[in-house]
Design a protein. Sequence first.
Lengths: 118, 112
Amino acid sequence: DGGITQSPKYLFRKEGQNVTLSCEQNLNHDAMYWYRQDPGQGLRLIYYSQIVNDFQKGDIAEGYSVSREKKESFPLTVTSAQKNPTAFYLCASRSPAGLAGGTYNEQFFGPGTRLTVL
Amino acid sequence: QKEVEQNSGPLSVPEGAIASLNCTYSDRGSQSFFWYRQYSGKSPELIMFIYSNGDKEDGRFTAQLNKASQYVSLLIRDSQPSDSATYLCAVNGVTNAGKSTFGDGTTLTVKP
């Protein structure tokens, strides 16, 4: 089955630690995205990548880092510089434009990782 | 002003009623519009997408787009308790390089 996987489902971080959230997709999508969701809030874009070896900052990139060495993988590192990292983190990918008749197609989301700082 | 605004919730409707969810956007160049449903603790899933002005129907769901008014809505007919979730509006434009801008969501509760 094609899809997006994220691991771990739950993650606990101590103050001052860096942690890495995994995101893998086998949908052959070029574009991948990381979002953060706080309780009662919408999705805020952290980083996105439209092609391998290239990525751009989103609206709230401070304290986060990413890499895109493979098409299938887009890991997110939450660094100790992120002062309030407790949130629900969602990874998504998007198929190439035009397949659904529009300029951009919908995003497919992974199941999410819930990060808690102890 | 937020780029994408949704009507503040929570919204509560009785089972069998029509639920109306609204979304306005600020980028007049926006071209693609999506409605996602998100159950509590889960990830969003696509319900509808619309690109052209007018109505688009899929089962009990109808998306309506009015680009002149910068307004997109989602109607859910014959609402069921299983429709209880948060609905997120997402918008893509020419200038945002494939990024979607999401609204904060409207939480819908359908009461039996």
